[in-house]
Structure formats: structure tokens, C-alpha cells
Design a protein around this ligand. Structure first.
Ligand SMILES: [Zn+2]
Length: 109
């Protein structure tokens, strides 16, 4: 599975460069599937792909900076979590790295 994820990430990054965005603290309006990583709006309760109960996603808005909508978690790394995102204006896929914010899950920079 890791190999597939890396391949997807590279393909996505070749379409549009990754952009580092720092997640904001506080509420988590994004829901995320613990099985496949798909992102949904806060009012969704179950994954449309595998019917799993959604968990809280990353803190902050699902649409980052008013431009980039989180679609699916691709993987986790030491610096944060990588998501597939869509640039809403361009309607193109790209990779978003969400950096861990201080104090989250005991992560220390
Ligand atoms: Zn799912």
C-alpha cells in the first residue's frame, strides 16, 4: 500500500506542486475516514466509499486558504500529513502537506 501511495503522491505533485499549510487550532469541521482517508464535510457521518464511521479530520477548515479543498488522506510523515487536494479555481489535483501544529497529539517539532 505504501508504494501505491507514494506513486499517487508523486503523480499529484507533478501536476501541481505541494504547498505547505499550517493547520489552525480549534474546531475540526473536517471529517475523515479512518479506513480509506477520504475527507468529507462536517455534516457527513459515514464514508461514501466503504460506509465506515467518519472520525475527526485535521483541525481547520476543509477548504484551506479559500482555495484548496481536502479530498483524501494519502499518508503520514514525520512532518505532518499529506492530503490529496483540489485547487477549486483551477479544478486540478495536487498534494497538500498539513504540518502538525504545536501540542497536537503530543507531537514536538
Ligand atoms: Zn472510507
Amino acid at each position: 500500500m505504501t508504494g501505491i501511495r507514494e506513486t499517487v503522491l508523486k503523480a499529484v505533485e507533478s501536476v501541481y506542486p505541494a504547498k505547505n499549510l499550517i493547520a489552525t487550532d480549534g474546531e475540526s469541521p473536517v471529517k475523515e475516514c479512518p479506513r480509506c482517508g477520504v475527507c468529507q464535510d462536517d455534516d457527513a457521518e459515514r464514508c461514501p466509499r466503504d460506509d465506515a464511521t467518519l472520525a475527526d479530520g485535521p483541525p481547520g477548515e476543509r477548504v484551506l486558504d479559500g482555495k484548496y479543498r481536502l479530498e483524501r488522506r494519502l499518508g503520514r510523515g514525520g512532518m505532518g500529513v499529506v492530503y490529496q487536494g483540489t485547487h477549486l479555481a483551477l479544478q486540478r489535483a495536487f498534494a497538500v502537506k498539513l504540518l502538525h501544529s504545536e501540542g497536537e497529539d503530543g507531537f514536538a517539532a
